[in-house]
Design a binder for this molecule. Sequence first.
Ligand SMILES: Nc1ncnc2c1ncn2[C@@H]1O[C@H](COP(=O)(O)OP(=O)(O)OP(=O)(O)O)[C@@H](O)[C@H]1O
Ligand SMILES: [Mg+2]
Length: 508
Amino acid sequence: MSDIIIGIDLGTTNSCGAYVNEEGNVKLVPTPGGGTTIPSIFAIDDKGNELLGFEAKRQWLLNPTKTVYGAKRLMGRNPSGGFVSKMKEYFPYEINSSESGKVVISIGDREMNLVEISSCILNKVRTLAADHLGQPVTQAVVTVPAYFNDRQRQAVKEAGKMVNLEVTRVVNEPTAAAMAYGLRKDVNQTVAIYDLGGGTFDVSVIEIRGKVFEVKATGGDIFLGGIDWDNALIDYVLRDFETKNGVDLSKDPIAMQRIKDLAERTKVDLSSRTEAPFSIPFISMTPEGTPLDINLVISRQLYENLTQPLVDRTIEIAEMVVQDSGLTVQDLDAVLLVGGQTRWPAVQEAVQEFFGQEPSKGVHPDEAVAAGAAIYGHSLQSEATDEKMQLLDVIPMRIGIERADGTLQEIFERNAAVPNQKSMNFTTSYDNQAELAMRIYQGDAQTALKNEMLGEFEFSGIRQGPEGAVNVQVVFDCSVDGILTLSAHDADTGNEMTTTIKVASSEQ
Ligand SMILES: Nc1ncnc2c1ncn2[C@@H]1O[C@H](COP(=O)(O)OP(=O)(O)OP(=O)(O)O)[C@@H](O)[C@H]1O
Ligand SMILES: [Mg+2]
């Protein structure tokens, strides 16, 4: 077998690998437990050994401060932002900021950044695939939430590099799911993908014409997923316990881990029954040393009430995406549900009501993303032109330059097609100006600073001349992965200028 490009779904909660075999069939990489996904969990045990996947999850109740889960949510985040401080309440492991102002996780005496943690997870999936296939694996198509920005996409590429895994393409998760759906069926349909996973939510409207996948619009929220369902129940349990016993359990990492663990299992239980016990003995003690227990019964109705705002938010986003696509729900041939949290009955009901049709059973909610990535990887390698898939994707948020007045001047609008190229002319604003600097942001806010900064670029070597006499043409190139690069040249002489990235756009 020649070198293979596998597909990897690097999920917030679970990760999954897939490949296309010699017969041309897509297969999931089997995992040690006999399933197809591994927990996206990294841990260090008491002896200092690194643990990944199931091994890490197995010990998370005992070792919460050295067990890292949900790390994808922290990728590309600003450590001093409100979001990170909120996450600190829920994650028992220690979240800090590095000297360069990036989020780092302290595990025992080690400090790890999020790229390193992601690289360990990618490596685990790659190793499982290589062992299963009996050949080395050096290339992968890796999926990311459609709503990931440039920085977060770069971080995934870097994570691959750290473990000698070339990330051939970064593909949007809903787009990959559509590829799994469209596989060899010669589908000519316009579909909506509603992807609600552990940490992120995405909706895309995609037109499938045989092997052409054209994304019409996409949108989402990278902080909306199953973890928020868990947190809603955790909050309820904590409040109830404090009211009854006057004890705040949120400061006790072991207690929090036990509550989190049971909250998730209760949620899964309640997706197929209407009531479930929530009992944890000896969760804490009174000052006098009397043991305290949690003894509750949670009904699905109560849980639905606690999480209705989350469901509503997904539908608001879906509404906006359908509108952005220029279509109406009546134009959609199918609605695909992807992601584990779409098993929650209230989610399915809301989707059915909004789209006016029953969701399709055409894709596997846990496997479609990895399968689609593998199919795309295979297509990139295949020599036969009739096997090549054509992907026309979009960027999820606009990209622009900061103006002197602090507002954002748009370069690429939201839902602009990728790959894409734009160029802009700038004239020198004083005599003998030698350098031109610009800050690039991504986001939909009108004020540049309210968006995510992708980088600060400086072009040097501008020809000497009086104010306004020299034209610099800057080319903004957005790759098919949704990653931006800049270059500049003298518009009159064509001379290339040196580009320096003063603030790296990728996360370290
Ligand atoms: N039966 C169920 N009912 C409700 N939620 C469920 C059920 N089964 C799984 N989940 C939830 O689905 C989530 C995991 O989904 P999935 O594996 O699709 O996420 P992921 O791919 O890791 O995350 P993301 O795509 O957001 O990065 C978890 O929050 C899990 O609790
Ligand atoms: Mg997912």
